[in-house]
Design a protein around this ligand. Structure first.
Ligand code: C5P
Length: 218
């Protein structure tokens, strides 16, 4: 039997990262936050002075990424980038590089390498549709743009970053539009994904729902 994978895909700020991390902790599984890889790719490309529009060049540095994860710390070539890659601008840069098929290809093997026993919870945009098509459970997590913007706004205020709800909602919608309209692995639910709208669900309830689905599959 193949190594179990649960895929949690969805748009920006849908809460998929939080949900996936909690599921992984609950099940004792490994955890892949694939967005981090695209963020690191964009970071490395900028550091190398590359244009983010140059797919072949960005793919070149992406293939050579030397990433390591230690608990919540993300190291690139030994440098701690955990905070830097969480910014909205890093997210937007990631969205740009992720539209290049060569860059997506460059990250394929690295993503597959996270699939280890006893199992994996992977979150992103195309975990179920492209990276782990044989996953036993695929969840597509959504929430209204208003709810997503509100949550992101709260997080940023808590971090002491000054911004408005309107500008956050605009950024979210711009990123959704780019992620949905690109040719390479656009953001869309896999045919066999289960949809979960968490606009009015607590994190706890969302985790419970996915665990019920997981038990049904096993
Ligand atoms: O999830 P996160 O906000 O960290 O992702 C940043 C960007 O990386 C997304 O807007 C998307 O363009 C890209 N991404 C992707 N495929 C994934 C994960 C992220 O294209 N599996």
């Amino acid at each position: 039997k193949s190594i179990p994978v649960i895929c949690i895909d969805g748009p920006t700020a849908s809460g998929k990262g939080t949900l996936a991390a909690k599921l992984a902790a609950e099940l004792g599984y490994h955890f892949l936050d694939s967005g981090v890889l695209y963020r690191l790719s964009a970071h490395a490309a900028s550091q190398a002075g590359l244009s983010l529009d140059d797919g072949a060049a960005v793919a070149g540095v992406t293939r050579k990424l030397s990433v390591s994860f230690k608990n919540d710390t993300i190291l690139l070539d030994g440098q701690d980038l955990s905070a830097a890659i969480r910014s909205e601008s890093a997210g937007m840069a990631a969205s740009k590089v992720s539209a290049h098929p060569e860059v997506r290809e460059a990250l394929l093997e690295l993503q597959h390498s996270f699939r280890r026993l006893p199992g994996l919870v992977a979150d992103g945009r195309d975990m179920g549709s492209t990276i782990f098509p044989d996953a036993e459970l695929k969840v597509f997590l959504t929430a209204s743009a208003e709810h997503r913007a509100e949550r992101r706004h709260k997080q940023m205020v808590a971090k002491g970053i000054s911004t408005t709800l309107e500008s956050i909602e605009q950024d979210l919608l711009a990123r959704d539009a780019r992620d949905q309209s690109r040719k390479a692995s656009p953001l869309h639910p896999a045919d066999d994904a289960l949809l979960l709208d968490n606009s009015f669900l607590s994190i706890k309830k969302s985790v419970q729902q996915v665990l019920v689905w997981w038990q049904d599959k096993r």
